[in-house]
Design a protein around this ligand. Structure first.
Ligand code: MN9
Length: 293
């Protein structure tokens, strides 16, 4: 089985909602365009945490996957996050996005209940069983509570469709052990603020929420670090992390959306239980945008 080689800089795509929490199709298209035309990303990670995916119905997820593919066409690589506690939904979405031409599936490790490793392994095998597509494991222990050891990754990789991991963790020992053990697997860094050290350790790419706004600096860090220009990469990481610190302090997804609005992109609002924007938060987000862009 030879699947398309994926990697590089991917935005974890934000979802635009209107004030009432309904999908804003025109806004979603604008976010896709901004990522391709201005941020010049290599790919989009659709339906992740940043997309507020776990707050959506199956129909809404389907609609987003279709809109994004229709807007992006084949201009960038596309990964669809189809993981869900409703495995029937995951199977259905995996088929849909494969038919649409997505380059890869991804699925978050099943969360909330304390699933055993065998249950987690079966979950990936069930999602991939009926579709001819590759799978990137979405490893994000700080939100899911699920940890996976190098030996367990080895076990998961018995399924040849599992070609990579989105590694959203600050455990650089594990990252290095993973890189050494699986040189042929695709490894994406998931924490934008730790992109430089992750790149030094040999990741093949990065997937980030902040790239929706700060994609050009992300590429500079990645390319400088890969070329061995560590001091140059660190300078850009410092500015990037000033930006990320300011964004995190003001509310991550909302602030990124307001920044995009300042860039002329209708990124809209977040969906409840994500809160509404206060006047103060909007003012601060605009200030942050103009400080860095
Ligand atoms: O997928 C993102 N993770 C989440 C990656 O949003 C949970 C990251 O891009 C972070 O948002 C970012 C800020 O901490 O690194």
């Amino acid at each position: 089985m030879a699947y398309k080689k994926i990697g590089g800089i991917y935005s974890a795509l934000l979802t635009s909602f209107d004030k009432d929490g309904n999908l804003n199709e025109a806004g979603i298209r604008q976010i896709v365009r901004h990522n391709i035309d201005v941020n010049k990303v290599d790919g989009l990670y659709v339906g992740g945490s940043t997309g507020e995916n776990f707050l959506l119905s199956t129909e809404e997820k389907e609609k987003i996957f279709k809109i994004v593919k229709d807007e992006a066409k084949d201009q960038v690589q596309l990964i669809a996050q189809v993981g869900s506690l409703n495995i029937k939904e995951s199977v259905k979405l995996a088929q849909l996005v494969t038919d649409l031409g997505y380059d890869s599936l991804s699925a978050v490790t099943p969360f909330y209940y304390k699933f055993s490793f065998n249950e987690i392994k079966d979950y990936y095998n069930t999602i991939t069983a009926g579709v001819d597509n590759q799978m990137v494991v979405y490893f994000i222990p700080f939100l899911t509570g699920v940890n996976i050891s190098v030996d367990q990754f080895q076990d998961l990789f018995e399924n040849e469709k599992i070609t990579g991991v989105k590694f959203t963790a600050g455990d650089f020992f594990l990252l290095e052990r993973f890189r050494k053990a699986f040189p042929d697997k695709v490894l994406f860094a998931g924490f934008d603020e730790m992109m430089l050290p992750a790149t030094v350790l040999g990741v093949d790419g990065a997937i980030g929420s902040t790239f929706n706004v700060n994609g050009q600096r992300a590429r500079q860090i990645f390319e400088a670090a890969r070329a061995g220009n560590i001091h140059e990469a660190l300078e850009v990481q410092h500015v990037t992390n000033d930006f990320i610190s300011d964004v995190l302090a003001n509310g991550l997804y909302g602030t990124l959306k307001i920044c995009l609005q300042e860039a002329g992109v209708d990124a809209g609002y977040c969906r409840q239980p994500m809160g509404p924007y206060s006047e103060e938060m909007i003012a601060r987000a605009k200030e942050i945008y103009h400080k860095y862009f």
